[in-house]
Design a protein around this ligand. Structure first.
Ligand SMILES: [Zn+2]
Length: 549
């Protein structure tokens, strides 16, 4: 494939030349491509947002409040229109809970007490905002804990689940030779994610849920849930489980055996269509004591109203979470600020630079620039947004998300994993072509990446949505770097050690041409959607396409 070299000084990037010479004339929708995104403001915003002064943009922390203040000031100064009500903030109420060491637990199986230690054998938290909860419930093994009408699969069929403590496996039913495509084949579906299972336990009216940890099924060691349950966890204010957490595989094996069951046999049964829940002849009696606080955080958003009176009632959303992990002065280390330069100072800054471009020449449809809060706490800001959208979701054509962008140089391709679920893949391919780029090949989503960024809150609410891919986390080397591919690929891989570490810091030497390219692609795609005759549609049979918005 021919790529124009880079003879032109910024901002006349080669893709502009290539696009204007040949492709735009052939495609009327793309002829109204977006105004150019400039590197200088993107770099300035990124350097500021990743500065120690912003204290890692922590949820419930001073650095987070400073970030919100900065974003709303910038949104106003750039000329974005405010939300209805005249401000740029959307209130998000969060409840922080941390299980206290004074909590107690007692398993009983086969009529005998079974010793278990919090942290070693089991971890849990209360997620309903109570400071103290007593849970005394019989245990019920529910296989994968999935109720999936689209897969004709219900692990709760025929069982009385109310008031029971569910014990479930993570992941989803594995493909068989008879059903090689069930639950996405090798790809992880949303039904396999632990968050889905916690939510499903609430919907089923269970007393709570414990997930059986194994390193292969969870894709991380036991120390990860132990660590996360020994810290404060945030939820949106509202209903949650009285008890939710994890049980170690060893403890589960012992517990099942003491009640006369065999863990491996039940796991094998759970793979078979028609599985029915199995009572475990065991109970848990737990006093869950929690430190609880309610905090108010904010999504920030600004609007570029559409230019076409007939279409401006419909919108495209661009999103990039502003929060990171904040500051922990007691971590006993010299550096205690999680700056989050890449995650997600990059996306936050890119959205500001994109908004600066968009206000210069609005598209036909309305564009909404959204900076959700509390993504690192479980996509909470974007979830709050779709529950209380500033624009009707039925009139929202797409959410294009940016999270952790490319900082190592230009690529010849873009990653749009998840776009293939809707008509947006074809649109993305057209936009890429017009920029002299092509789309990275979709690969099976083994780790469930589609469910781990803010666009997923939109998809769950029925809006076609995906993350515009960065080279940073592709990990498989599928990105094609334009210049020194070996060096750029090495830099990219080296960053994985900085992910969610205090070392995710801004470096003024970074080559941001790839980040600008990624931002420009995203904005061009947004304009293609905003100027198209009709809104994007989900692929037939796509589960999220059946969600009523
Ligand atoms: Zn992150």
């Amino acid at each position: 494939m021919h790529i124009t070299p880079m003879p032109l000084p910024y901002p006349l990037r080669p893709w502009l030349a290539a696009a204007s010479l040949c492709l735009l004339a052939a495609n009327p929708a793309l002829a109204q491509s977006a105004p150019p995104v400039a590197e200088a403001p993107l770099r300035a915003h990124l350097a500021f947002l990743a500065d120690d002064l912003l204290e890692g943009r922590g949820t419930g922390q001073r650095g987070g409040a400073l970030t919100v203040r900065y974003l709303e000031t910038q949104a106003a100064a750039l000329g974005l229109a405010p939300l209805p009500g005249g401000c740029y903030r959307q209130k998000v109420e969060l409840v922080g809970q941390k299980t206290l060491p004074s909590s107690t637990l007692r398993f009983e199986a086969g009529g005998k007490p079974l010793p278990a230690v919090f942290g070693r054998d089991v971890v849990f938290a209360n997620a309903n905002g109570s400071a103290q909860t007593h849970v005394a419930a019989p245990l019920l093994f529910v296989g994968y804990g999935i109720d999936a009408p689209d897969e004709r699969w219900n692990d709760f069929a025929g069982a009385d689940v109310k008031g029971k403590l569910l014990v479930a496996m993570v992941n989803d039913p594995q493909p068989t030779s008879a059903e090689p495509d069930r639950f996405g084949g090798k790809s992880l579906t949303w039904y396999g994610r632990w968050i889905y299972k916690f939510e499903e336990a609430v919907r089923q009216g269970a007393a709570g849920i414990l997930l059986i940890h194994t390193t292969p099924s969870a894709s991380y060691p036991w120390s990860v849930p132990v660590n996360s349950f020994s810290h404060e966890q945030f939820h949106l204010a509202g209903a949650g489980n009285a008890l939710q957490g994890w049980i170690s595989e060893d403890m589960a094996r012992t517990l099942f055996a003491a009640g006369g069951q065999d863990l491996d046999r039940l796991r094998a049964q759970a793979e078979v269509r028609g599985f029915k829940p199995v009572p475990l002849a065991a109970t848990l009696d737990a006093d869950v004591k929690s430190a609880v606080r309610t905090i108010v955080e904010y999504n920030v958003a600004g609007i570029v109203p559409g230019s076409d009176p007939a279409l401006r009632g419909e919108a495209v959303v661009y999103s990039a979470h502003w929060d990171h992990l904040g500051i922990d002065a007691d971590n006993g280390k010299p550096d205690h600020i999680w700056n989050g330069a890449i995650d997600n100072g990059s996306g936050t800054a890119a959205l500001l630079a994109m908004a600066q471009a968009a206000v210069k020449r609005p598209a036909k449809r309305t564009q909404i620039f959204l900076w959700p809060c509390a993504e690192e706490q479980g996509l909470l800001g974007s979830l709050a947004y779709v529950r209380n959208p500033v624009w009707p979701l039925a009139k929202t054509g797409a959410d294009l998300n940016l999270d952790s962008m490319n900082f190592v140089g230009r690529t010849r391709d873009m990653g749009v994993a998840g776009a293939e679920r809707s008509s947006l893949y074809a649109t993305s391919a057209q936009v890429a072509k017009a920029m002299g780029l092509h789309l990275a090949k979709p690969v099976p989503d083994l780790g469930g990446a589609y469910f781990r960024a803010d666009h997923f809150s939109f998809a769950k609410a029925g809006v076609p949505a995906f993350n515009v891919g960065s080279a940073v986390f592709s990990g498989d080397g599928s990105f094609e770097f334009e210049h020194d591919a070996a060096a750029e690929g090495a830099k990219m891989r080296a960053f994985t050690k900085d992910y969610h570490q205090v070392s995710d810091q801004y470096d003024p030497a970074w080559d941001l041409s790839g980040m600008v390219q990624q931002a420009q692609f995203t904005l061009n795609l947004g304009y293609a959607v905003a100027n198209a005759p009709a809104l994007p549609t989900w692929k037939p049979g796509e589960a999220y396409g059946r969600v009523k918005r």
